[in-house]
Design a protein around this ligand. Structure first.
Ligand code: MG
Length: 383
């Protein structure tokens, strides 16, 4: 029986991963973790009976401990709990579905303990890819992409020689503001940004999709996952999200993976790789009739341009890009800053950053902390 630990089990990816576990009936869940949603986590624990559970917020962990005392399942708290869930059960695969750089340490712990990673936490590779990928190779663990674009590329590369890749083409829906000008984006409200045309996702990634920052993070993630340099990773707008991404080879052949916009496919593919299991979604090509493409507008959506800049420079700059974005999206969700402030803050923090090459884990975490502190000071002065 396959054994799986799920970090971030109450979020969008975690919930869908558990739906796949439920539908197939042959995966044992060894650990479940949540940030704070203990109602949902309790229901999951009662259904899937993991060996251990963890909650990021300490008070919430304490409450859950009392609520599931009848089960005899230990509940850990904070980073200690995340690390236990990632490394201390007999799971073969760890699904990393937490949001943000908080995923770095647990991912490293899981790899160190020889567990394959079903990677749904892109910030980890973006900021620490130079530490994660060599460690994965040393420990001979697989990094199985869960992001739909990277899963598409991974599938298109089946049986191919990676040395024969000419370009990777990452598709983007363009989000809810495709075709808008910068002027029109000044008045964007939170509810507009939270309406993604095709995909149902968590709040943070939905905002990231609307700014194209998500696409920028995906380009940086692909650079590490597939070992292709930034300048040979292209982004193409494909509004209906039918083609999930493509690989162009040296001879001009292009391999693409198509499907309905349903995250269950990439999640299930990672959990059962290389086996395929049945799923219900089907494309109807007779109804579809056409697939349109466009070049992204990186003047209006400058987050994508800044991501390329960060990815080319490497070092601590991708951490600044990511930390400034995480900070800005959280403040936008709280109504404290405007929509265009998100990309402006990323740009500002990148410009004033003194880049350090080949940073250690400590330097990465320190850079993240400093970036957020600087932005806190800016916000305090502004208001
Ligand atoms: Mg994606």
């Amino acid at each position: 029986m396959r054994k799986v630990a799920i970090l971030g089990s109450t979020g969008s990816i975690g919930t869908q991963a558990l739906e796949i576990v439920r539908a197939n009936g042959d995966i044992q869940v060894t650990a479940l973790t949540a940030a704070r949603n203990i109602e949902k986590l309790e229901a999951q624990i009662r259904e899937f009976k993991p060996r251990l559970a963890a909650v990021w917020e300490k008070e919430a962990a304490e409450i859950l401990r009392g609520r599931i005392a009848d089960l005899g399942i230990p509940v850990y708290a904070g980073m200690e709990g995340m690390l236990a869930a990632a490394g201390e059960t007999d799971a073969q695969i760890v699904v990393t579905a937490v949001v943000g750089m908080i995923g770095i340490l647990p991912t490293l712990r899981a790899i160190q303990n020889g567990k394959d990673i079903a990677l749904a936490n892109k910030e980890t590779l973006v900021t620490a890819g130079h530490l994660i990928m060599p460690l994965a190779e040393e420990k001979q663990v697989r990094i199985l992409p869960v992001d739909s674009e990277h899963s598409a590329i991974f599938q298109a590369l089946n049986g191919e020689n990676r040395k024969e890749i000419a370009n990777l083409w990452i598709t983007a829906s363009g989000g809810p503001f495709l075709g808008r000008t910068r002027e029109e984006l000044k008045t964007v409200r939170l509810e507009d940004a939270l309406k993604h045309p095709n995909w149902v996702m968590g709040k943070k990634i939905t905002i990231d999709s609307s700014t194209l920052v998500n696409k920028g993070l995906e380009v940086m993630e692909a650079r590490w996952l597939f070992g292709v340099p930034m300048d040979r990773i292209r982004v193409v707008i494909q509004p209906k999200s039918i083609i999930h991404s493509m690989v162009e080879f040296l001879d001009g052949a292009v391999m693409a993976q198509l499907g309905t916009p349903d995250m269950k496919l990439p999640i299930q593919y990672a959990l059962y790789y290389p086996e395929r299991r049945p799923l219900s979604g089907r494309l109807d090509f007779w109804q579809l009739s056409e697939i349109a493409f466009a070049k992204p507008d990186t003047d209006t959506f400058k987050g994508l341009r800044l991501a390329y800049e960060a990815g080319r420079q490497e070092g601590t700059l991708p951490t600044v890009f990511n930390a400034a974005n995480e900070w800005a999206v959280a403040r936008f969700l709280e109504g404290k800053i405007g929509y265009l402030d998100i990309a402006d803050r990323i740009e500002h923090m990148m410009m004033r950053h003194d880049n350090r090459k080949h940073p250690s884990l400590e330097e990465i975490l320190e850079t993240e902390k400093r970036t957020c502190e600087c932005l806190d000071v800016w916000l305090a002065k502004k208001s």
